[in-house]
Design a protein around this ligand. Sequence first.
Ligand SMILES: [Zn+2]
Ligand SMILES: [Zn+2]
Length: 115
Amino acid sequence: VLDVVRAASDHPTAHQILERVGAAQPGIGVATVYRTLALLVAHGQILELQLGDEAARYDGNVARHDHVVCTRCGAAADVPAALPVEAARAAEAATGYTVQDYELAFRGRCAGCGG
Ligand SMILES: [Zn+2]
Ligand SMILES: [Zn+2]
């Protein structure tokens, strides 16, 4: 399961991971895959993402990064560019909070769906 998530660059859902693991290892159970995903998330080896669609998506890239999500087909890609530090400073100034982290998802149309 970990190999499948790490090999994927498309941020698959649990269902997609189940299909891929099942192709390599026929007969593996749904419950086993879901339980393994939960364990890997709990141990910080993969990320569980909520990208706006109904199903959680899984990411083998655990380094700090953001995403861009296609509003038509649901494709998701990594965005290596960081938000300017001024954005966090502005949030702190407006709220009095100390910002430690943030999650960001840009939304739009992927190249395949046409801008
Ligand atoms: Zn698309
Ligand atoms: Zn990612």
